[in-house]
Design a protein around this ligand. Structure first.
Ligand code: ADP
Ligand code: MG
Length: 729
């Protein structure tokens, strides 16, 4: 029996033996496996505790002797929880997380065995990391990279079976100083934004001394039975199905969205949520998504660097816990063709240390002007750097999703809602007429009274926008589900930091020329609205008209990763990132190389898997079926029946034959095309060549394979079908 039928017949037995744990009270377990400040207070001396907190708040360096006390405190806590090993935990540019476990156990010079965790082990490690992507920054024969403790993100304990490992969040850098991960540039971008946002805030409120970035991600994912997934080599190797005919019932009835969660998935959710709570991940929401077998979870928002850690950590936890339930989580952006893909909406805002959300309309004209300044600066930033935002979300898997079934198109635009669109239009309409201090436009910006209106405005239309204002935050909806949020957050923070910096200097110039502060601010706001309005779009982002309109406005629609990535290495981008202290030119070029490499490898693997499945699964099934038909035809013939008695069989044989010929020819042609592509030296050209392979062969081969799936005897078909993967659990 094929894996497929084995898997189907054992599905109902799968959940037996998985204990259904009673839910613990969330507050009772929340943060249990995290070295929180509260725990730190218990395990650290006054001096060590104080040093740790000032380092977290002000980014101050912790000196070695104190670090050694902190290390001891962390070890004491970890050992009390049964931990034997520790690891530096980091986010290399592969997109997953990395760990290398060492034990506390060591031998003294006289052979005495002790457990130890010293300052050096806490602060810095040199993983044998020469095979992480570095974009040429760190040739393997040169000095290696090292990981360095990031005290702003707390240590935590990962449970794997009965094992317990202490994880120290770190950044990953080359010995020459360049960053090799998602975290280091993110922290730099947060600092850049903090600096320029505080200066702009001080126009309105001198008490603001710090601005933090907040992120609340919404993670979409698919869950399918492990047995079925294992019978699909494409899911195992690529995380998506490269073939599969559309099932009779897909998502057209829309009966899955917000429907009741299937019991088996519900048990899995409760289980991974419990793990997440222990790790301090504040999950809040769970529900079904639009496509069958698709779900979403979302936490309460947090400071961006913690939120990014928590998202990457959660993706690991989900994968691990799913195994326990004999399920597989698919975080891929487009695991199944023809139905919705998965995104990771990044809800982004900024908050002051005086407790103000800078993207929430205020209650007084003054705070409203502050809101408007930040709001318009974002629009300006997106307008000026839409290309870089597009590059930030570019990946081979996201190419399948953007612009397809209910996903935003690759055109970057901003949705602000009817009400704010009108506010902006009113301000713009006054071009030429000067603002004065008593100006109604400034004083009567009573946005706060319109908050209900703002929220009402938050209708379904924003779902079609890649970047939408949703009442008190912007939602970057185009981010892919498997992406590390770090990259898109780094880009948003940096373009905003840059915009605010320029805003400040333009306003200051006007003030120096004798303009009143509020009037100067209003003038620059107006200027920005005029300059950036072409990026505003309130309509249906999925529609064909928008594609035409965007083209008319000159907004690019870059559908593929190799061209979208160009924006990372323009003079504009280099200047932007370097002048804000986020990436040096070298770092940017290295990232660009890494992203191209990733793209090439992913498409290459998919092409190989396609060839393998076509030749080793699809064609044999088709040929077997054809033989059966031929046997039948011959039997009927020799029994003396007329041709009309086997005309249909003959017709099927012919159809099957046609598909077989096309598939075989195309797979061979694709192999040849790959050989040519592999000889291309330059990585951008190579990526383009691979994109071309994808465009030329993938859909065509798939078309014929999916036709065969409809023709061939179900018994011969070895790959689980869409209806099985999406609906059986
Ligand atoms: P939806 O977008 O589905 O309507 P919500 O508005 O409740 O859902 O929030 C979605 C996500 O946005 C949640 O993770 C939430 O914590 C986050 N969020 C809310 N306010 C902010 C904020 N000020 N900054 C960042 N994220 C936020
Ligand atoms: Mg949302």
């Amino acid at each position: 029996m094929s894996l497929r039928f084995n898997a189907i017949s054992s599905i109902s037995k799968e959940t037996e033996g998985i204990p259904s744990k009673p839910s613990a009270k969330i507050t009772g377990i929340f943060g249990e496996s995290v070295f929180t400040l509260k725990t730190a207070r218990e395990f650290l001396s006054d001096e060590a505790y104080k040093s740790l907190t000032t380092s977290i708040k002000g980014g101050k360096k912790i000196d070695r002797s104190v670090a050694s006390q902190i290390a001891n405190g962390i070890r004491a806590w970890a050992e009390s929880k049964g931990v034997t090993h520790f690891t530096h935990w980091f986010q290399p540019l592969t997109g997953t997380t990395a760990e290398k476990h060492d034990s506390f156990f060591t031998l003294k010079s006289d052979g005495t065995a002790i457990e130890e965790f010293d300052a050096a082990a806490l602060i810095q490690q040199e993983p044998d990391a020469s095979s992480f992507p570095s974009g040429g920054l760190r040739a393997t024969f040169e000095a290696r990279g090292y990981t360095a403790w990031d005290p702003s993100s707390p240590a935590f304990i990962i449970e794997t079976g009965d094992g317990r490992t202490l994880c120290i969040p770190t950044i990953f850098i080359a010995y020459t100083g360049e960053s090799l991960d998602y975290k280091a540039p993110l922290l730099k971008s947060v600092e850049a934004l903090n600096k320029s946002a505080v200066e702009v805030c001080n126009y309105f409120d001198k008490n603001v001394t710090k601005v933090t970035v907040t992120l609340g991600w919404e993670q979409e994912y698919f869950v399918i039975d492990e047995g079925l997934a294992n019978a699909r080599p494409d899911l195992v190797q690529c995380g998506r199905t490269v073939f599969g005919a559309a099932p009779a019932k897909g998502q057209q009835l829309e009966d899955h969205y917000f429907g009741s969660i299937p019991e088996r998935v519900y048990a899995f959710m409760r289980d991974f949520e419990a793990e997440a709570y222990k790790l301090g991940i504040p999950l809040r929401t769970r529900h079904n998504e639009v496509a069958p077998a698709q779900f979403e979870c979302a936490p309460i928002f947090e400071e961006v660097n913690i939120a990014v850690d928590h998202n990457t950590l959660l993706m690991d936890v989900m994968n691990r816990v799913a195994k326990r339930h004999k399920l597989v989580v698919l975080l891929h952006e487009k695991p199944f063709a023809g139905i919705n893909g998965s995104g990771k909406h990044n809800n982004w805002s900024m908050a002051t240390d005086t407790g103000v959300n800078l993207l929430a309309p205020g209650k007084t004209p003054k705070t409203n002007l502050m809101f408007l300044a930040f709001f318009v600066n974002i629009i300006k930033a997106v307008h000026d750097h839409a290309d870089i935002m597009r590059a930030a979300i570019a990946s081979a898997p996201n190419d399948f999703r953007l612009g397809a079934n209910e996903a935003p198109p690759a055109i970057i635009s901003v949705f602000v809602g009817q009400y704010l669109a009108k506010v902006l239009a009113d301000i713009e309409a006054r071009v030429g007429s000067k603002f004065d201090e008593q100006d109604e436009a400034i004083l009567k910006l009573d946005l706060h009274r319109s908050i209900p209106e703002l929220l009402l405005d938050n209708t379904d239309r924003n779902r079609t926008s890649p970047f939408a204002f949703t009442g008190n935050k912007f939602e970057f909806r185009a981010v892919g589900s498997s992406a590390n949020c770090g990259i898109s957050m780094t880009v948003l923070n940096t373009i905003m930091a840059d915009s605010l910096k320029k805003f400040k200097s333009t306003v200051d110039e006007l003030i120096e020329k004798g303009e009143k502060k509020e009037v100067a601010i209003m003038q620059v706001i107006q200027k920005y609205i005029v300059e950036s309005k072409k990026v505003l779009f309130e309509g249906d982002g999925y529609s064909e008209e928008w594609h035409k309109e965007a083209e008319r406005r000159g907004l690019p629609n870059l559908k593929t990763t190799p061209v979208a990535l160009d924006a990372l290495v323009t003079e504009k981008a280099k200047h932007l990132f370097e002048s804000n202290g986020v990436y040096s030119h070298t770092e940017l070029e290295a990232r660009y190389e890494i992203e191209l490499e990733k793209y090439i490898k992913i498409v290459q693997i998919e092409a190989r898997v396609m060839g393998d499945l076509a030749i080793n699964h699809i064609l044999p099934a088709a040929i077997k079926y054809q033989n059966e038909l031929l046997q039948n035809i011959n039997g009927l013939k020799s029994a003396g029946l007329p041709e009309t008695a086997y005309a249909s069989q003959l017709e099927i044989v012919k159809q099957v034959s046609t598909h077989i010929q096309v598939i075989h020819t195309k797979v061979n042609a694709m192999v040849e095309a790959r050989k040519l592509a592999n000889n291309v030296e330059h990585s951008r050209e190579k990526a383009v060549a691979y994109e071309k392979i994808k465009a030329t062969f993938f859909d065509e081969i798939r078309y014929h394979v999916d036709k065969l799936e409809h023709l061939v005897d179900d018994d011969f078909w070895t790959l689980p079908k869409y209806r099985e993967m999406l609906f059986l659990r």
